[in-house]
Every structure is written in structure tokens, then in C-alpha cells.
Design a protein around this ligand. Sequence first.
Ligand SMILES: *Cc1c(COP(=O)(O)O)cnc(C)c1O
Length: 498
Amino acid sequence: MSFFSTRGGAAVTASQAILYGLAKDGGLYVPAMFPPISLQKIASLTGMDYCQRASTILRTYLEDYTIPEIDAALAAAYDKAKFDDPAIAPMKRLDEGTWVLELFHGPTLAFKDMALQLLPHLTTLAARKNGETREVSILVATSGDTGKAALEGFKDVPGTSCTVFYPSDGVSDVQKLQMTTTGGSNTHVIGIQGNFDDAQTGVKALFSSAEFAGQMDKMGKVLSSANSINFGRLVPQIVYYFSAYADLLNAGAIKLGEEVNFVVPTGNFGNILAAYYARNMGLPVKRLICASNRNNVLTDFFRNGVYDTRRTFFKTTSPSMDILISSNLERLLYECADRDGELVARWMKQLKECYTYAIGEQRQEWMNDVFDAGYCDDMQCADEIRARFEQDHYLMDTHTAVASHVLREYREKTGDLTPAVVVSTASPYKFAADVLSAVAGSDAANGLDAFECSEKLEQLSGVQIPQQVKALRSLPVRHRQQCQKDQMAAAVLEAFGK
Ligand SMILES: *Cc1c(COP(=O)(O)O)cnc(C)c1O
């Protein structure tokens, strides 16, 4: 299968798309087609474990990887020693007709592990396949979770390095500690004075700078991306939507071919886009519900067809979704524009120059056939955490709670009671202070650090604190580098000792 740029650029192979991350014209790589997965094939997933399910899906896209290469990469990525649930992506029943797909059982406790445990294997294979002898230098912008997941994935992987930019004041305490305590001889963590959009815009600018590429090349390095703009991030995410469906079949909750809804807490639009790809491949999905926090630029977009970033940026209790420029939406726009790269390029130019673009009524209707959208504020999010804990005895993190709230509203608004899956993206212990205040009252976390909050939350809920959180307490901080948002190129060179 070949891959095109969303802005019309030339075709590359799967391994090239993964190795270089972003297309030269600034667009994102998209597959030439969506490989069909028949209902019969979906039925066959029910008898498979997670790695076998993943292999079935991955091999349809990664045509220049051999099946033994894919299987070995999967076995290393979804190693039972690294995930604390043997199902890898288990489904929990919340109530009649509602399920939670838990994607936080990996080493860094957020769904980013689902892709970033695999990506380093796909990247090093891709380097070999394409005769790339330079060091593959991963540059990452993170709103909190991608950074640590990428660092864990690429740490000490020969022939690679991983440099992460995070907003200094925009991540949770646990998120920050997870990153700044990372070991490994090839990792760099840099706080920037700015928000996630600044970090992402800066990283994208480095990717399109010929001067910077030249400086890196002189050091024997070539840039690549571990953000969800890389197709190698997306393809492992498609898997768990099929896996969730197979689990519902196994539980007798649905019949083969019956449609389900997914509600996805969304920031950069990568996770929900993977669900859309799964649907295009034949997964019986009725609606995809895009859930946002107060940074509700996507809710407005799906409701009126206008993407407009001229608005206040809010820091919320779901910081991994504090994003106004949602990169992966470009891949949906590409489908919506009937794969007209010039039109997508025009919208992206308008976004860059005027901070807004409009797709028109017809295209908006096309989107609303599949997508619905909603949002909630921090108070509603806390109420949802408490309600699910008290009524359903389920402890969810702040991001998952946003999705759960939006699903409830969607059902009230539409009367659509199709079986629904809430996609759970993080462990509640990654955001212990906010989750604790939600279940035990707003002053419960006052004066407590993240570890004390976790202990209190464990006593109260009976849900065990993950080992990774406990271990953080005694790990030394190794990364203290900071930079201004317009100094990111210099900061990378400094990190590499230049
Ligand atoms: C990254 C992240 C999200 C948003 O996912 P996107 O793919 O960027 O839409 C939601 N929740 C958590 C916990 C995350 O880490």
C-alpha cells in the first residue's frame, strides 16, 4: 500500500511514511485506500489474543514489512511484563449498554503506550529497509502523555534518540515527574514557556526547516516524529477498536454486524481518527462522538463547519486535551474533501494565516453523518467522576469522564441507545488530585502532594495505585532544561551538546 500526503504530495511506502513522519509539503501521510476487513474476519478476531488481532489489522497497511517482522514487533511491544492486564486493552461493563475500553494498562498509564510501545520497533525496521544509516532523532511535542510514552518507547533503542518538548506549566505533577525522571542515554526533556499548541507549532516548524535538517544531518541525525501526525502512531490505534468489538461479541453484548457507538476524549484527533479508519475498513460503527473539555474548538467545528482558533485557551483538569490546533483533523478533512489535496492545503493555509477556515454546509453534513460532538467543563467532569464512582463503582480519570459526560448528553439529545463504548485514555492515578477532589469533595486534596492524593484515593476506592506511580517518588529528576517557545531549534542543538 502506498501513502499520499493530505496536501497532494507524492506517494511513499508504509515504512517511509513511518520513518519520516511528516510529508515534505507539510501534509500528513494517509493510506491510498482503507483495506476492507470482512465481517467474517471480524468474527475470527474473537478467538485471538491482542497480538494476533493486531497482526491481522497491521499487515493490511504495512505491506513492506514482513509478517514475521510485524509479529516480532508486536510481541516485544505488548509484552505481558509491561502491561498490567493480560488483555492489553480490556473492556469493562459500566451499565446496560455502556462499556469502557481501558487503554491505560501500559508502562506510562495512558493510551499513548498502545502506539508508542510499538513505534520504535516499526521505526528501526523502517530505517533498515530504507538504508537510513543516520540516527533517527525523534522530536515530540506533548500535552503530557505522549512525551513520557515516547521516552519510554525509545529509551536506549540503538540508532535513535528522543527529545520531548512539554509546556512547563501545563501538565500534571505526575506527568511532569514521569518525564523529568526518565533514564536512558538518548533522551532529552525540555520545558517550554508556552502551551501545547506552541510546542506543537514549534516542532512542526523544525520539521519543515531545511536549515535545521542540515544542522541535524551534519551531526549524523535525521528527524522523525512520534506525535500522532506519524502514521505509525495511528495504525496501532485502529487495532483496539476492532478488539473492543470482538470483546463485545465474546460477551454476547452484540450480534455480528450490529453497530456500536464510540465516544472518544479528543485533543489532537488521533485516537478518534483511528476509530474512523476502523469504520472505513468495515467495523460496524454507527456514530463517533468527539468529546472535548472547555477547549471546545472541535465541538463548534462539528456543529457549524467552521474551525476557529481565535478563542481563549483554558487550562483544565483534563490537560492532555488542552489543544486548539487539532493536527489529525487534517486527515479527516482529506476524506471530506474527496481526497483533494489542494483544497486541504488551502484550508490549512487559511488556518495558519487567518486562524480559521470554513468547510461549507454540504461537507459539514457529510461529517455529521458519522460524527457527533460535545464538551463539558471541569465542574461537570468532576460530577461525572463522582456519579460513575457512586452509582457504577467505577473510578475514571478526568479525560475519560469528559467522554462519559458527553455520551450521557448525546443519549439525552438524540435518544440513540446504540451500545456504546467509552474510550478510557488514562489511569485515574495520573490525575490523582483532581480525581480525589471529585469523589471526596473539593478540599480533599488541599495541601497534599500527588503521592498523598494517590494514597487517599486508593484507600477510598480500593483501586490499587499502579507500581509506576509509587516508583516515581524515589526517582531523581534528571532533566531540567527549559527554553522559550521561539528558541526550540537552539534548545535541541544544546541538548545534543552543540
Ligand atoms: C493524548 C490524550 C488524549 C487525546 O488524544 P488525541 O489522540 O490527541 O485526540 C486524551 N486523553 C489522554 C489521557 C491523552 O493522553
